[in-house]
Design a binder for this molecule. Sequence first.
Ligand code: IPE
Ligand code: IPE
Ligand code: MG
Length: 262
Amino acid sequence: MALVDVLAGVLSGSPEEAVARRLDFDRLPKHVAIIMDGNGRWAAERHLPRVEGHRAGIESVRQTVETSARLGLSVLTLYAFSVENWKRPVPEVTALMGLLRHYLRAELKTLLRNNIQFRVIGQLERLSREVREELEAAVDRTRTNSGMVFNIALSYGGRAEIVDAARQALAHGVKPEALTEEMFASFLYTSGQPDPDLLIRTSGEMRVSNFLLWQIAYAEIWVTDTFWPDFRARHLLDAVADYQKRDRRYGAVTSDSAEALK
Ligand code: IPE
Ligand code: IPE
Ligand code: MG
């Protein structure tokens, strides 16, 4: 996947075409993680029920998944439902689960056609049997795909994931003195996947809301005021373009400042 693939998915002469042409395809983030926020506010602005915001957000998911696959990302993780979101009114939770099932039914063919491997991360035992079965079926059907990994974070909490990983490590008999960061990471839901390079949050909120706490240690953060239902390919490409301007230092000094210190 590369520029030609991205261009095939955008209108010629469009702003997204201009951004795509400026990207450096040798320096793409491997893993992009997105906190999809602002559905409720999007609906409120239109005097619609909150669920209409969630419904409208499905198109944003479709575009984001497709553009990410065309870009050639290795991993895309979308935060769809947090452990804290169980505190929401039952009708809203039920509507969200219904929309998820609708998405899976409508999009499985697209995931297969695009060689996308679908995965789910989170406390899945808290989901209803119907939702779990549908998710498992999609995971199974796409298991042998070798393209982009698409993780959906559902009933997900970063702290819960870390506690689960600690339990796993203990259950596997890992000795305290033998435990390393790499080994610990292998017990996380994202085992084997690169950490997110770029974390996007929509709707302007400057917080991580319990998302991938371990994995985002050195992620570059990009926040847009755009509400999730208005998020389009152009926003993703803008975020990647901005990411490419960042100087990732990982706590070291830049090569420029290292020169200056000599
Ligand atoms: C994000 O939109 C979707 C979920 C968290 C499930 P919200 O529903 O949080 O929308 P706002 O933040 O209230 O606008
Ligand atoms: C974060 O959004 C969770 C998801 C996007 C699924 P929330 O709307 O739940 O987060 P807060 O309450 O603003 O922190
Ligand atoms: Mg919110």
